[in-house]
Write a protein that binds this ligand. Structure first.
Ligand code: HDE
Length: 712
């Protein structure tokens, strides 16, 4: 049974069989022997040497010595959750995959979100792509959609992947910097790879610093194929759109959070699920009949291109809900093994050269990470379909397969296991006609690298453009070699001259037209072949590309910090708390210390945080609770600078702040008092009950439009 939803779920039941609890049990060795002393090793005399004979000590230490496995070479840091995918609209005309055709069908899933570049212990807040990998435990076998939160990729061909990753990872001589792209080797590579320019726009946008893993989109990136019962083929792009909208934190906030709570995203996902705020996404598809493959001004096989929603709308057909936290991080989130090659009948690959390379990489990497070809037997990776084949043995084999024959054809085993006919669910690849010269070349249809970068940049709102410019300025300012900065600014010039000019001005170089081959490159460099045609995008602006257009009118699961102190107005606090929680928000109390706070009506409140144990960056909005005595306490020297810092920082990060009654002194001593225009994010005592206004401001996420003024 799925514990949180009480709905039957085949995968949860399967995992239960492999789960154990130590509750009320006696301590044992791995051989089941009960242990009666776990405090002292066996010694020759109480002050003597330990004895080799001590098998209990040896077993315990040996197991400990081998507890670590290699972290993922990319996407090492992750957070996972169980959930369910529900089909709301059948895709029967397009695919025969049963989980996408049987209306109302619920399929268990396990999802793992990740950053790409950093090590397992690095910060959640790195400017980075986020992985969004989904394992669908379908009745036809496991289907893995190994997606990202951005719809395109840096490179067009898998052969460049190790170069890309080596460039972005910490530099090889000193292993600096961790979980950051702001360094010479990354920008050196990027400045020489114009095909990455579209992805660079995404990674430099605030999409790379999500507010929450629950507030990110998911994209399959590549075009895949759907095949229906009649064998008809459609190209398909996969989309997940979060019900809470797509939101980010400010870059300065991300940097502070990396110190204050580097597990911010992990914690947020965990707490939301524990609180019953189950994250939800609409699942949608863009469908293109096979015969329309060449109807676009880009190649559907090129993973640096998206299909604008204006050209092919996203049809929403299902809901993805995460409703259960893992019981054990290592057993589930760490050992889960995804592979874009895990497909089922009705879904097939395209010849996207990036996807083709991935189809090799994922099993290969599990062999080194999980150590054996039997990684499919680890409970989290098991299909809910039973496994029958003649594969045998290998490290850590779990299944005991009965019978004498482990080959096919056989007569000894009665010919079993039998091949399945297609009508019985047997998988058959699409019979695609392929003919061609054996070449090591890039298709000419992949040669436009700037038009969709322009489309993305032009589609951003003014604050989003500003953030993108500032991100590039930050990153390139960390590049020590001026020639790399100059080459990069030259690339940006092909996307937008103002963008290039603004970045150039701040990073101390001039915008120059790129000359190829570049003087600083080896004479035989093939870089000239990688250059792009200059094309204008067919569509000038695509609304779906701006996060600002995804704002939803909800404060569901938003975290609101209430700053309180002794004598605080209990009535006002309770009233506001009830209203905010009624809208689904979470209220947390912050006081000068963790000691219980006495209110003006004699009741006590228990703060969750003290002013020194948390920071404004951990909250979406602030309420400075009123009450004369409370404000007096907040104004004593040891509290005053902490409270003002809270307010100023929240204001700088464009959050909603509600000043309760009697808080005038705090208001006037904070940066908020310098505001020159009406600011929908600032709500004050003068206005009486302004709860509705406060809720509206929180629902807008941030007041980015006022950023210039706020940060002045
Ligand atoms: Fe991956 N990628 N990737 N990737 N990828 C891995 O597999 C690889 C690419 C993605 O939570 C690795 O099990 C190559 C695109 C996610 O466990 C590895 C290429 C997209 C995850 C690997 C790509 C992704 C991975 C490392 C270019 C978005 C985390 C550990 C040819 C569609 C899965 C592992 C998890 C993980 C290889 C490009 C998404 C090494 C060679 C494009 C979400 O196999």
């Amino acid at each position: 049974m799925n514990m949180k939803t009480n709905e039957p779920n085949q995968k949860a039941e399967q995992l239960d069989v492999h789960s154990t609890s130590n509750e009320n049990e006696k301590l044992t060795t791995n051989q089941g022997l009960k242990i009666n002393n776990n405090q002292d090793s066996l010694k020759a005399g109480e002050r003597g040497p330990s004895l080799l004979e001590d098998f209990i000590l040896r077993e315990k230490i040996t197991h400990f010595d081998h507890e670590r496995i290699p972290e993922r070479v990319v996407h090492a840091r992750g957070s996972g959750a169980h959930g369910v995918f529900k089909l709301n609209k059948s895709l029967v005309g397009y695919t025969k995959a049963r989980f996408l055709t049987e209306l109302g069908k619920e399929t268990p899933v396990f999802v793992r979100f990740s950053t790409v570049t950093g090590s397992k212990g690095s910060t959640d807040l790195a400017r980075d792509v986020r992985g969004f990998a989904i394992k669908f435990y379908t009745e036809e076998g496991n289907y893995d959609l190994v997606a990202n939160n951005m719809p395109v990729f840096f490179i067009q061909d898998a052969i460049k992947f190790p170069d890309l990753i080596h460039a972005v990872k910490p530099e090889p001589d000193n292993e600096i910097p961790q979980a950051a792209s702001a360094h010479d080797t990354f920008w050196d590579f990027i400045s020489l790879m114009p095909e990455s320019m579209h992805m660079i726009m995404w990674v430099m946008s605030d999409r790379a610093i999500p507010r929450s893993l629950r507030m990110m989109e998911g994209f399959g990136v590549h075009s895949f194929k759907f095949i229906n019962e009649e064998g008809k083929v459609h190209f398909v792009k996969f989309h997940f759109k979060p019900r809470l909208g797509v939101h980010s934190v400010a870059w300065n906030e991300a940097q502070i959070l990396s110190g204050v709570d580097s597990d911010f995203h992990k914690r947020d996902l965990w707490e939301a699920i524990e609180n019953g705020d189950y994250p939800e996404w609409d699942f949608g598809v863009q469908l293109i009949p096979e015969e329309d493959e060449h109807q676009f001004d880009f190649d559907l096989l090129d993973p640096t291109k998206l299909i604008p929603e204006e050209e092919v709308p996203v049809e929403i057909v299902g809901t993805l809900t995460l409703n259960r936290n893992p019981d054990n991080f290592f057993a589930e989130t760490e050992q889960v093994a995804f592979h874009p090659g895990h497909i089922i009948p009705g879904i097939d690959f395209t010849n996207d050269p990036l996807l083709q390379g991935r189809l090799f990489s994922y099993t290969d990497t599990q062999l080194s990470r999980l150590g054996s070809p039997n990684f499919h037997e680890i409970p989290i990776n098991r299909s809910i379909n039973t496994i029958h084949n003649n594969q045998r043995d290998g490290h850590m084999r779990q299944q005991i397969v009965k019978g004498k024959s482990s080959y096919e054809p056989n007569s000894i085993g009665g010919g079993c296991p039998f091949q399945a006919m297609m009508s019985e669910g047997g998988f058959a690849s699409q019979q695609e006609r392929i003919s061609g010269e054996k070449v090591r070349e890039r298709s000419k249809s992949f040669v436009d690298h700037y038009s969709q970068a322009k489309l993305f940049y032009n589609s951003q709102s003014t604050p989003e453009k500003l953030h993108l410019q500032n991100a590039l300025i930050f990153e390139l300012s960390k590049v020590t070699r001026p020639e790399i900065r100059e080459r990069m600014v030259g690339q940006l010039g092909y996307v937008d001259m103002f963008l290039a000019w603004r970045v150039a001005e701040k990073v101390g170089v001039e915008v120059k037209k790129l000359e190829w081959p570049n003087q600083s490159l080896p004479a035989d460099s093939n870089i000239i072949e990688l250059q792009s045609e200059e094309r204008e995008p067919k569509i000038k602006i695509s609304e779906a590309l701006s996060m600002q257009n995804t704002v939803k009118n909800t404060i569901q699961s938003r975290k609101i910090g209430f700053i309180i102190a002794g004598g605080v107005d209990a009535g006002a606090i309770n009233d506001l708390k009830v209203k905010l929680e009624g809208e689904g928000a979470r209220v947390e109390l912050i006081a000068p210390s963790l000691a219980p706070v006495r209110t003006n009506d004699g009741s006590t409140l228990l703060p969750k945080h003290s002013l020194t144990s948390t920071a404004s960056v951990c909250f979406d909005a602030l309420y400075i609770a009123g009450g004369e005595d409370a404000v007096k306490e907040l104004l004593i020297p040891e509290n005053r600078h902490l409270v003002l810092h809270f307010i100023n920082e929240a204001y700088k990060h464009c959050k909603a702040i509600y000043f309760g009654t009697d808080t005038q002194v705090l208001y006037h001593n904070s940066n908020v008092s310098a505001k020159q225009h009406d600011d929908p994010g600032i709500i004050t005592w003068e206005d009486g009950d302004q709860t509705g206004k406060f809720i509206n401001a929180i629902a807008k996420h941030r007041v980015w439009d006022h950023e210039m003024e706020r940060n002045a």
